[in-house]
Write a protein that binds this ligand. Sequence first.
Ligand SMILES: [Zn+2]
Length: 864
Amino acid sequence: MPGQNLTIDEARERARLLDVEAYDVALDLRSAARPEPDGSTGTFRSVTTIRFRCSQPGASTHADLLAPAVHAVTLNGRALDPAEVFDGSRIAIDGLAESNELVVDASCAYSRTGEGLHRFHDPVDDETYLYTQYEPADARRVFANFEQPDLKAPFTFTVTAPSHWTVLSNEAATGEPEDVGEDAAVRRFAPTKPISTYLTAIVAGPYHYVRDSYARALPDGSRLEIPLGALCRASLAEHFDADDIFTVTKQGLDFFHDNFDYPYPFGKYDQAFVPEYNIGAMENPGCVTFREEFVFRGKVTDASYEGRAGVVLHEMAHMWFGDLVTMRWWDDLWLKESFADFMGALATVESTRFKDAWITFANRRKAWAYRQDQLPTTHPITADIRDLEDAKLNFDGITYAKGASVLKQLVAYVGRDAFLEGARRYFKRHAYGNTTLQDLLSVLEETSGRDMSTWSRAWLQTAGANALTPQVLLDSSGRVTEVAVLQEATASHPELRPHRVAVGLYRRGTDGSITRTGRAETDVARPRTVVADLAGAERPDLVLVNDEDLTYCKMRFDEASLETLRSHLGDIADPMARALCWSALWNLTRDALVPARDYIGMVLRFAGRESDIGVLQTLHQQAQTALNHYADPDWRVEGGRQLAAGAVHELRMSEPGSGHQLAWARFFAAVAGSESDLRLLNGLLDGSAKIDGLEVDQELRWTFREALASRGVADEAAIEAELARDDTASGRRHQARCLAARPSAEVKAQAWRSVVESDELPNALVEAVISGFNQPGQRELLAPYAREYFAVIERIWSTRTIEIAMRVVSGLFPSLQISPSTLELADAWLAQAPPVPSLRRLVLEARDDLARALRAQQCDHPVG
Ligand SMILES: [Zn+2]
């Protein structure tokens, strides 16, 4: 990624000089519909006119553009020589006037990596689908601009494309498409509100487009109408449940209007589900894009529907937090992401049918934060982002999940009214502007009456998680004399924080169930805090120091509580309390304080009784990680056998046709190992075996097929036959994964070559091949690639786009070679690696996961 960076200092200087008045962008996408004869990605014409003011006439600066060719550059009527002013990523402009017009005529490249204007070919109907993805700085791959979030402007897009296509942008089109012959038409879109470059969007292709509308009365008596649209590829239309998406969308619009007191500012609201998408979704105002895996091709559990609703609402929250009010630079990325994550969860709980979304948040979302926050690369929520490469890596568990957790804690601390009133003032005060942390703290100080600087220092400007542990003192009759909460920090992040917590005391009743018998809310700031209200209570069997999940901490247990969990976790009646216990046990396992086989044992004993489907699916994933990474290698085969036996038992016992049954079926495929396991999978595929209520649809077929392929049971012919049943883009991704999963040295070499030595695969196939390549049961086959990995990553980093480079560097790290010698390889590379901070960061993080796995294996099999 040479020469494509932009530093914070350059951005500040440019923002000081410039005030952008308007963009006109004309894109000619007619070339997309015809395949390139030479198989290349192809190019399109992009003509941009930027009108802007300069506060210091005579000054010079640059515009951003990543393009294979620039045909003409005109500044204030003066033609500049592209060969002189364009270096491949920047256009130098000098001698600026007070009022300027820059025109850039370029050929830009379609993308196959999901960065810029992505071009996808659908094998089912031979059609082409396009969409853009820009954050943080890929609009410059599509048109010339000043690529930084604080130079907002109105954008007017004009797109020439095949007549039969649906073409969408942030704003609605003005008038009918104008026919320009040869089955092509020009669409003109209304100017956008002032927005940042990274938020602009184009979606174009013969998409299946479903319409609806939303209306409500506003407090001033006027009526707000929002045209709604939902779209996906035509060949996915049969699976598209637009109704459910519209239901959640309307519930969300109700919720945000009720709470934000600022009418949705961007006109219409389209939601496009697009192919080969790198991330979950993107909040382009009026034109949100989602990964099309949210269009479910087969049966999924309710956790998937809840997850989709959460993403729909996360993106909708961004219309206010992020789009209307935008961070000045990427160091305040959390300002929008933490808020969207928190408000998305709150809106899910309060406005949709998914009332248990806080359980998912506690159990799944926070696990992401706890992991990230214990890596050596963790950082304060308000991060130090020097340049665009830093920014790209900052879309992490701290910025999203920890930030949202900390906002949840803030609501417990200042109260919901003060928090939401702060948000309302923030929107009104900074509409269409850019902000920093201080702007948010000011409104919160006004509305809460509290000094936010102390809170901000403790929670936003330091890194690390505190551990909270209960201490219970009893008198001779067994009654509680004192309950205290002990707070600890780590040596590397020694900050103790003010935590608002609810402490819960739980007891086993005569019917065996464990319920709460005492609760007290208190502020914990010091190393030891006595919870006075709980003195005199009956002796608890279980103490939760972060009951209800108000704060962000690693919740620990006293010995008595841990003993209760080992034998009775499944008896805890409240699903949130149970989820918190699972989550805390997982942290203990990761920290090598509970042996992996004990955790797996608890999953085997209690997961079958877990009512929350999201929690169950998390347990399935964590049990696999425990087995493949944290368990003593000598026990791994036995542990796998136990998990498979447990899975098949639960699969047969769970309610026919339920989500639980489907989850156990998928888990069984992941851990199946014995001959009889594989026979059952094969039987479910060919119809000779049946499990009452389990429908083996095409997606489940692929899951079983991959399991068989990785165990050497499904050969190339079996995989080809599966593809013949499902020759779609999704089918081809599954096929690539299955092929790479087969246990042979040639297969591994071929998979490695296809992503490391060649850059022809699009992003989605790179992802599929990498995930097929990494099979826990193939450690010996994969061993030679450990050394190879460290020999190639510098080259990968310097020659691929950052999205692909990140995928390869993280995905191919030898994380299954859990040994001191792999650590030595990583350390040797780190000791002499080039000073590329973002590449180092990825390797450091993977190395830390490896070191953690070694510690956990020690705990599972103590030496001596
Ligand atoms: Zn977001």
